[in-house]
Design a protein. Structure first.
Length: 403
């Protein structure tokens, strides 16, 4: 699946200097005594903390919408990965629940963090989009020369009317804009409009088992509410939500996840409410005092993680979940992030499902020879995944490729 054209805007500021300043503040708080300095968390400790918050140490029994909100959304560049991600995290997950949430407009797919498409609750969409709009504005600035002389306000207003009259595909919108603004490049106008307007990709696109081209309308039209009644949250609250789902983390990690820059000052404001730690390289990490940080020796079960999962996309330093050698095999040059599986909490290989003539096959590509106990665990979990994702398949099997 080709990623959304609005790609990541890298966060570039507030790194070592911000970390040092905030660490000094945090060391002066009762949570982290200045006499001892921040505790060091090794790779396994960070791994277990991440897995606990991502509900990957054990499946949680909680409503699907609550899980989506706890995760601060799920990247949804392709329609199906969030379903697999929720299945791996929730006990008794029913694939039909997400589709029902989308058709009832309680959950939706919209461009947010990093300028990428996310599945989020309607509640979160209302405040996350304004906070992450700066990422998309950065894209617009990158083509300021091409847009010179273009009346974007007029064009955006016309596009809003067209999309609110009826959800439209990108191709349909470009054609309509070409009719109304023949002196401009319709493709460029369509691209700019998508960055300026908060657009929802409407069902049936994104519903498991359904087909349909991507059609968009505005967030206001889709929710059909009074925008002034939506919850308004600050960058401070966004950072706290991030830490609850992905911490402990550095300023650079938060910036990498969001696509926003200059978040060091936000973390500094939050310093009295946070704990400070260090990783094995001496980087300062911040966390919520009551967030889970399990013992590094806590067992971690085999888990299948889908394409584009934020588990692999939400830290500048991914060592807590994947080695650099393996990262190069997962992240492709054209922006695809392949589906992975975890053994003992870390990425050990890739997987994909193929369905043909009534047979569902889960193909596992390990990065190293697979010991017998690991193979058995992968087969058992894989068959459970096939049964959940493709209950209509006549046969199901697991196939292992050579490392």
């Amino acid at each position: 699946m080709t990623p959304d054209p609005a790609n990541t805007v890298p966060a570039t500021t507030d790194t070592a200097e911000a970390d040092t300043a905030i660490a000094e503040t945090l060391q002066a708080t009762p949570a982290t005594p200045a006499t001892t300095g921040p505790e060091t968390l090794d790779r396994r400790a960070l791994n277990r903390a991440l897995l606990a918050r991502q509900m990957l140490l054990e499946r949680r029994a909680m409503p699907v919408l609550d899980a989506i909100e706890h995760l601060v959304g799920m990247q949804s560049q392709a329609p199906n990965p969030p379903y697999i991600g929720l299945w791996s995290r929730l006990a008794g997950f029913d694939f039909a629940e997400v589709g029902e949430l989308m058709t009832s407009r309680r959950a939706l797919r919209i461009v947010l963090m990093r300028g990428t498409l996310h599945l989020v609750s309607a509640r979160d969409a209302g405040w996350l989009r304004p906070l992450t709009q700066a990422v998309l504005d950065g894209h617009l600035k990158s083509r300021a020369a091409d847009l010179d002389g273009v009346d974007l306000d007029t064009i955006t207003a016309e596009a809003r009317k067209l999309l609110e009259d009826d959800p439209r595909t990108d191709k349909e919108l470009r054609a309509l804009l070409a009719e109304r603004f023949p002196d401009h490049d319709a493709a460029l106008l369509g691209w700019a409009v998508r960055l300026r307007l908060p657009l929802v990709q409407v069902p049936p696109r994104g519903v498991w088992g359904a087909s349909g081209v991507a059609r968009h309308t505005t967030l206001d039209a889709w929710l059909d509410d009074d925008p002034s009644t939506r919850p308004a949250m600050s960058l401070d609250e966004m950072v706290l939500r991030y830490l609850a789902a992905f911490g402990p983390a550095s300023v650079r990690d938060v910036q990498h996840w969001s696509g926003l820059a200059r978040l060091g000052e936000v973390v500094e404001r939050l310093a009295p409410r946070l704990l400070a730690f260090r990783d094995e390289n001496g980087r300062t990490l911040y966390d919520l005092p009551d967030a889970p940080r399990p013992d590094p020796g806590t067992p971690a079960p085999v888990r299948f993680v889908p394409d584009f999962d934020n588990l692999l996309l939400s830290h500048a330093d991914r060592a807590r979940i994947i080695t650099e050698e393996h990262r190069a095999r997962i992240f492709t040059v054209n922006g695809i992030i392949r589906a992975t599986y975890l053994v003992d909490g870390f990425v050990h290989g890739m997987w994909k499902i193929e369905k043909k003539r009534g047979e569902a096959v889960l193909r596992v590509t390990p990065f190293a020879p697979v010991p017998a106990p690991e193979r058995t665990a992968l087969e058992e979990e894989g068959l459970r995944l096939l049964s959940a994702a493709h209950p209509d398949a006549k046969t199901r099997r697991i196939e292992f490729a050579a490392p």
